[in-house]
Write a protein that binds this ligand. Structure first.
Ligand code: HEM
Length: 429
């Protein structure tokens, strides 16, 4: 449907030639060959220079063949718009595209908001993370004290810290909702395979943010949870190396804190920026998909302009998300706990963050000889199958319903919800 939409748009942007006499040699369109230009008022067609004809389509144009006319001449952007257009030759096509971009309207359109919400909470993370960085120090001696300082002394430091902690949770939640909604709408089907793959990588990176950020306050709970978390790969082949790489030594210590910090503020943001750019670029190129069979059943009510209509609704969603975020940050603050003591015995009830609970429960269920290795094998195969779904679900790619894959999605969702609920029953929140 999006393709049809794109075609519709492409057709709309082409100058209409209906009713005009066709130039006699209009068929010759070999690249590099001189093309006759559209005949105006019956005048003989002038041949276009080879270079111009080869770059006629597409965004890039060498300086000497760029349009002379100022496209902003009559617009309110005036001189500023012209200044940028002259430097970024892609400005006009981008604005043109934004004006034409449309979003399909149907009874499941609601789920289109969750990608944008994930993006919104990610933006909050960048801003609040930067502010926290102004005061935080990633050393064994100072980390905990700096958290106490941010929380008690820095003006609004408590609010920024609470927003960062809550927004992290909401971002993960939104990413999960977004993943399952795109899964059940089969939005991963051809030609959107890479949207799914890049999205899955983004989810892994987002979980990586949660895992590496957890240790930064250097409190007891985080210390022992990281001890357990970083031990998981140990039983896998080559696992000893991964454990050492993560910990910077045999045990969790100051070196681990430095590594987690480096990953949290440099490596992961860099990777997310790269993959997110690809993900969002694909969203622009391919547009939003429509659930299978909706078009044929007449369930698509129409198309809504992305700018300003859909974006305004996105904005309403972000405002609601922001309201919820502030409410949670103020009413349910995260505790700092007590400073980590590597020599102390692990306290009872150590558990990871809620988004790892399902995997944690599976590890607990497989507490027998070789159970941990089995769990790692299950996670690895499971992740591989999940990421390759778009390539396996051939039916969906042919625009046919694929109930087996819907069942797979339901099983994965049930595994996550039941595992999470069982940890909640055993340990509480
Ligand atoms: C940091 C995390 C992510 C961000 C910021 C993000 C952002 C977005 C945005 C803004 C859209 C367009 C609007 C929409 O359809 O919701 C989108 C579409 C999409 N995303 Fe994500 N996404 C993320 C993670 C994921 C994950 C985890 C998956 C799945 C594994 C995924 C798969 C998709 C797919 C398949 C689409 C196309 C939807 C359609 O065509 O209807 N994304 N994403």
């Amino acid at each position: 449907m999006a393709e049809e939409n794109n075609n519709k748009q492409a057709a709309a942007s082409k100058p209409s030639s209906a009713g005009k006499p066709k130039p006699p040699a209009a068929k010759s369109s070999a690249p590099g060959k001189a093309k006759p230009s559209a005949a105006k008022s019956g005048a003989p067609a002038k041949p276009v220079p080879a270079k111009e004809s080869s770059v006629k389509k597409g965004v890039y144009k060498p300086a000497e063949v760029r349009a002379e006319a100022d496209p902003f001449k009559d617009s309110k952007t005036g001189a500023v718009g012209s200044w940028f257009q002259e430097r970024f030759n892609v400005l006009v096509p981008v604005i043109d595209y934004m004006k034409k971009k449309e979003v399909p309207q149907h009874r499941l359109s609601f789920w289109y908001y969750f990608g944008g919400l994930t993006l919104f909470f990610f933006a909050i993370q960048i801003i609040t993370g930067l502010l926290l960085l102004l005061y935080y120090r990633p050393t064994e001696a100072e980390a905990f004290a700096r958290f106490v300082y941010i929380q008690t002394e820095v003006p609004f430091g408590w609010l920024i810290r609470q927003i960062h902690a809550w927004s992290a949770n909401l971002m993960v939640l939104m990413a999960f909702i977004h993943m399952f909604s795109t899964f059940f709408m089969k939005a991963y089907r051809k030609p959107r395979e890479l949207m799914w793959v890049s999205g899955f990588v983004l989810l892994v990176l987002t979980l990586g943010f949660g895992f590496t950020g957890y240790l930064l306050p250097w409190n007891e709970l985080a210390y022992f949870a990281t001890q357990i978390g970083t031990e998981v790969p140990k039983v896998a082949p080559g696992g000893e190396f991964i454990v050492k790489l993560l910990r910077g030594g045999e045990e969790v210590g100051g070196e681990t804190l430095t590594r987690m910090f480096a990953m949290h503020v440099v490596l992961l943001p860099g990777l997310v920026m790269l993959v997110l750019s690809a993900h969002l670029m694909l969203v622009q190129v391919l547009g939003a998909s429509v659930p299978i069979g909706y078009k044929e059943a007449g369930l698509v009510k129409g198309y809504e302009k992305f700018f300003p209509n859909f974006l305004a609704k996105d904005g309403i969603g972000w405002l609601i998300g922001f309201g919820l975020l502030i409410y949670l940050a103020v009413m349910f603050p995260w505790e700092i706990g007590v400073k980590a003591d590597p020599l102390a015995a692990a306290p009872d009830g150590i558990k990871p963050e809620w988004y790892f609970w399902a995997q944690f429960q599976l590890l607990k269920d497989l507490k027998f000889e070789g159970g941990e290795l089995l769990a790692i094998v299950i996670f690895t195969i499971g992740a591989l199958v999940w990421i390759l779904v778009p390539f396996m679900d051939k039916q969906a790619s042919r625009e046919e319903r694929s109930p087996l894959f819907t069942l797979l999605g339901l099983l994965v969702l049930a595994f996550m919800l039941i595992g999470t609920y069982r940890v909640y029953l055993d340990y509480g929140w």
